[in-house]
Design a protein around this ligand. Structure first.
Ligand SMILES: Cc1cc2nc3c(=O)[nH]c(=O)nc-3n(C[C@H](O)[C@H](O)[C@H](O)COP(=O)(O)O)c2cc1C
Ligand code: SF4
Ligand code: SF4
Length: 256
C-alpha cells in the first residue's frame, strides 16, 4: 500500500493533475482519488498521510469540498494533511480555507502549496491566456511540485497560504466580497436551448447531479458548485455559468 494518498476535487482537470503528480513523485505506489469516488472514504481511512487538493473559487474552497470535509469529519481525526490549492492567479490563503476546518476536526496540517494553473472560467475574458502560455504555467507548476515533494520529504514543507498575512490577503482580496458565491449552492448554469442537442454529457459529468434532460433538452437546477465541467465539455457550447458568452472551453488536456 502507498504511504501517501491524494484526495482531490477537480472541475476541469488542473487539480487532478497536480495531486496525481505530487503523490506519484512522493511514492511510486502513490494514488489519488476524487472526492466523487465511492471508495474515497475507505481510502482515507486506510492512510495516515493525505494530500488534499482543490481549485480556488473566489479565494475560497469550493462548497462541494467544504461539504465533503464536514460530512466526513471523523475520518480526518489525527490524519496528517498536506494541502494543494490550484488557481488562475491568486488566492491569498487558499490552502488555509480547508486547513482551518480540518484543524477543527483534529487533523494535523503538514503544509500548503499554491499552484498557478490555467484559469477555467471560460465565459469571462479577464484571465484568458494563449494555449502556449497555459502550457508554460503547467510546466512551471510541475517544477514547483518536484521541489515541494522534496521539501516535504526533508521535513521542510511549503506553508503557502497558511499564515496571518495570507489570511488577510484572501479575506480582503476577494473572499469577503464574493462569499455568497461559494457559501451556498445557488448559482445555476444558463443553457441555450437552441444550441443544446440533448446529448446528456453535462448530466453524466456534473458532480452535483444538477442537470437533467427534459423533453430532449438539458435543464438545470440551482445546486451548482461552479466547477465549469459541464461548460467545458459541452459539444455545442450551449452552457454559460458566470458570464454570458463562451470564450474558451478550458480543460487541462488542451494545455498539457
Ligand atoms: C467559480 C470560479 C472562481 C474562481 N476564482 C478564482 C480566484 O479567486 N482566484 C484564482 O486565482 N483563480 C480562480 N479560479 C480559477 C481556478 O481556481 C483554476 O482555474 C483552477 O486551477 C481550476 O482547477 P480544476 O481544473 O481542478 O477545476 C476560479 C475558477 C472558478 C470556476
Ligand atoms: S452537454 Fe451541452 S448539448 Fe449535451 S445535453 Fe448538456 S447542454 Fe445539451
Ligand atoms: S452544473 Fe456544471 S458547473 Fe455546476 S456543478 Fe454541475 S458540472 Fe459543475
Amino acid at each position: 500500500m502507498s504511504i501517501i494518498l491524494g484526495v482531490y476535487f477537480s472541475g476541469t482537470g488542473n487539480t487532478k493533475h497536480c495531486v496525481e503528480t505530487f503523490v506519484k513523485q512522493y511514492d511510486n505506489n502513490g494514488i489519488a482519488v476524487s472526492i466523487e469516488s465511492p471508495n474515497v472514504i475507505e481510502a482515507v481511512s486506510a492512510h495516515n498521510t493525505i494530500v488534499l487538493g482543490y481549485p480556488i473559487y473566489f479565494s475560497n474552497m469550493p462548497k462541494i469540498v467544504r461539504d465533503f470535509i464536514d460530512k466526513n469529519k471523523n475520518c480526518f481525526q489525527n490524519k496528517k494533511i498536506y494541502i494543494i490549492a490550484t488557481m488562475g492567479l491568486f488566492s491569498g490563503d487558499g490552502a488555509a480555507c480547508s486547513a482551518r476546518v480540518l484543524q477543527k476536526y483534529s487533523a494535523i496540517i503538514l503544509g500548503g502549496l499554491h499552484l498557478k494553473m490555467p484559469d477555467c472560467v471560460g465565459d469571462k475574458k479577464a484571465l484568458k491566456k494563449s494555449t502556449q502560455a497555459n502550457h508554460e504555467l503547467i510546466v512551471q507548476a510541475d517544477k514547483k511540485i518536484a521541489v515541494a515533494v522534496q521539501r516535504l520529504k526533508d521535513g521542510n514543507p511549503h506553508k503557502e497560504g497558511l499564515g496571518f498575512l495570507y489570511h488577510m490577503a484572501g479575506l480582503f482580496g476577494q473572499r469577503l466580497w464574493f462569499y455568497g458565491k461559494t457559501a451556498t449552492y445557488k448559482q445555476k448554469p444558463n443553457i441555450d436551448i437552441d444550441k443544446c442537442i440533448g446529448c446528456g454529457r453535462c448530466v453524466s459529468i456534473c458532480p452535483m447531479k444538477n442537470i437533467v434532460i427534459q423533453n430532449g433538452k438539458a435543464v438545470s437546477h440551482n445546486q451548482c458548485t461552479l466547477c465549469y465541467r459541464c461548460f467545458s465539455h459541452c459539444p455545442t457550447q450551449a452552457l454559460t455559468i458566470l458570464g454570458k458568452q463562451v470564450y474558451e472551453q478550458c480543460l487541462f488536456e488542451k494545455y498539457s
